[in-house]
Design a protein around this ligand. Structure first.
Ligand code: ZN
Length: 241
């Protein structure tokens, strides 16, 4: 069985379509979405509808939560807040209702799916520092989790007393380790690579594969500009940061 695991689509329909096509080509049969379907990009409804139709599991992200009024935008920067306000004004009622009902976490076959850190999922912690990594692993009940949020694909490993990260394209999850896989971002990568990011998980061979997929960046940028969203949200898609 191949699982397509993806996150942080942020209303970028061109990137989502490219990733869905690639997953189909790869033979993925199940799909897990780790949140932030909206915010930043110009096609929130189209992205929600595609994901609703295909995903076996979807969890809530911080931009989803703010866009449907579940929390305020105090922790957002100016551009993110403007995008949340724009999204909130454009999202259709039945899509809003669907987002509002998403869970913060899901557990499938002992694997945790969560947007940010396993530690306090509702406070949207990042896992960029060793102290955050420790907290994340402490809170992890099983051996494995898939996360998004930072927009930087990465595999975090806990082996005995050791904690470290790797970003090789393919990783076989060894027996006896615990790992938290950040699948990166479909719609707004921030690791200086503009291609959309997602992960293929094959439990039978215990292998995680980080994938990058090129997409029509120019069209996504044009839509952001035409929508009157902040220019930086269009410009950054080209550089991937
Ligand atoms: Zn995000």
């Amino acid at each position: 069985m191949k699982y397509g695991v993806f996150s942080d689509i942020h209303g970028n329909l061109e990137a989502l379509e490219a990733v869905l096509k690639d997953m189909e080509k790869e033979g993925c049969e199940k799909y897990w979405c780790l949140g932030d379907l909206v915010g930043y990009g110009a096609n929130p409804n189209e992205c929600i509808e595609k994901i609703r139709a295909i995903a076996d599991e979807t969890v809530l992200g911080n931009h989803d939560s703010a866009s449907v009024g579940l929390e305020d935008t105090a922790h957002f920067n100016r551009y993110a807040r403007e995008a949340v306000e724009w999204t909130s004004g454009h999202i259709l009622p039945y899509n809003r209702d669907w987002l509002r009902k998403l869970p913060y976490t899901a557990m499938v076959d002992g694997i945790l799916l969560v947007h940010a850190s396993p530690a306090e999922p509702r406070s949207w912690r990042y896992m960029n520092y060793i102290s955050d990594m420790l907290k994340g692993f402490q809170a992890l009940e099983g051996r494995m989790a898939f996360i998004g949020h930072s927009h930087q694909p990465m595999i975090l490993i806990n082996r005995g007393e050791e904690f470290f990260s790797i970003n090789s394209e393919e990783y076989r999850v060894e027996e006896g380790i615990r790992c938290i896989v950040n699948v990166g971002s479909v719609g707004q990568p921030r690791d200086n690579i503009p291609d959309a990011s997602y992960v293929i998980w094959e439990p039978e061979i215990r292998t995680v594969r980080l994938k990058r997929v090129g997409y029509d960046v120019a069209t996504a940028q044009k839509k952001i500009r035409e929508a009157g969203l902040p220019e930086i949200l269009a410009a950054r898609l080209e550089t991937g940061n």
